[in-house]
Design a protein around this ligand. Structure first.
Ligand code: FES
Length: 369
């Protein structure tokens, strides 16, 4: 019989000694084996079997028929060469990738794109053949066997539990955690300090805002200027129902934070329309009132004023403020009234601030504390 001819099924004899046998093969209509019998490996001791040094592991031998052995050896060599070939291809693809990376220039657009193609192709080929070779190795070079795991008792025996306990204690003893004081202490030091890395990186959030969020650029004596004309505003020049966005004079010189927190709206209400809150009677000049323009919900600019109802609307989420009643919230998600800026007029009738806002402007969060 030639090397390449599979042998006919013949009688199989055990070659591994006691306790080893062939797997039961499917039986055809004529009573012969349909597939070659594979070795059977018993994993773990059968419930009734005594446990030997190998933990009850028994193996069956391969058929020892000479032709079969020769055929399998030749096939094994061929499989190994196929595996080796895929690895060689992977190696060459890796070399090609490195060469393309080093030697292909990207001076021109077309040349650069070719380099990308070559890099992608060689890298993909290297990875694919590397993985394929390993799969082929596992499928064709590792001996096949049926594994049988015998069901064992649910609970561990007393000996096994004792052995586990001894193993654990022996491991702990080898680790020397109780004996090696220096190592233990330095370990605790390192492990205890390590979580600080999570705190340290909070510095990346930037400097703490301090009290900058509680104050704006408004100071006593700051004149109100129209942000469009940059001119001071004189009492009487605004028509009734008009609204202006104003800033402190020379606001171009303010910091970014001051510029963000200082926008204010100046509104002229009808005579007698305003109902000042207690203590704020002198914050109003001839029906003119000034409030922060920054919505107390999420900071959008409130600028939609309805003259007839004295409603000031925030366009973002429709919070509505009643201007003639201290800009209290009458609708929407805002949780508090718009802060009011105390204003007065100088002898020439120009508006100026009596002070900064007396409460934080902007979203309600900043009112806390
Ligand atoms: S920001 Fe004004 S209602 Fe939401």
């Amino acid at each position: 019989m030639s090397d390449s001819t599979p042998p006919a099924d013949g009688p199989r004899r055990s070659a591994a000694g006691p306790g080893v046998g062939s797997a039961p093969s499917p039986v055809g209509p004529a009573g012969g084996d349909l597939v070659p019998a594979a070795p059977v490996r018993h994993v773990g001791p059968p419930p009734s079997a005594p446990r030997g040094p190998a933990g009850g592991l028994t193996r069956t031998a391969s058929p020892d028929d000479l032709d079969r052995v020769q055929f399998e050896a030749a096939e094994d060599n061929r499989a190994e060469r196929r595996v080796a070939l895929t690895f060689v291809i992977s190696f060459l693809a890796t070399v090609g990738f490195i060469g393309a990376y080093i030697f292909m220039k990207i001076d021109t657009a077309s040349y650069g794109s070719w380099q990308n193609y070559v890099l992608g192709a060689t890298l993909a080929l290297a990875l694919f053949t590397l993985g394929a070779g390993q799969i082929m190795w596992a499928k064709s070079l590792i001996p096949k066997e049926y594994a049988v795991q015998e069901r064992h008792d649910g609970a561990s025996s007393e000996e096994e539990r004792t052995a586990l306990e001894e193993t654990f204690l022996a491991g702990a003893d080898q680790l020397g955690i109780g004996r090696r004081r220096l190592a233990r202490r330095t370990l605790l030091l390192a492990a205890g300090v390590f979580p600080l890395t999570g705190l340290v990186i909070l510095r990346d959030l930037g400097p703490a805002p301090g009290n900058t969020l509680r104050h704006t650029a408004w100071r006593r004596g700051n004149y109100l200027v129209d942000v469009e004309t940059k001119q001071r505003i004189q009492a009487g020049e605004m028509r009734i129902g008009a609204i202006l966005t104003v800033m402190p004079e020379k606001y171009e010189e303010l910091t970014e934070e001051e510029t963000a927190t200082s926008p204010t709206i100046l509104i002229r209400l009808r005579p007698g329309e305003n109902q000042p809150l207690p203590g704020r009677e002198n914050w109003v000049v001839g029906g003119h009132v000034a409030y922060s323009k920054i919505c107390t919900h999420a900071g959008c600019p409130t600028s939609l004023f309805e003259t007839q109802t004295a409603h000031l609307l925030c366009p973002c989420h429709q919070s509505t403020f009643k201007v003639d009643q201290g800009c209290k919230v009458i609708f929407g998600p805002a949780a508090r009234a718009l802060p009011q800026l105390p204003i007065a007029v100088d002898p020439n009738g120009y508006f100026f601030a009596q002070s900064d806002y007396l409460e934080p402007v902007g979203p309600s969060f900043w009112e806390r504390g």
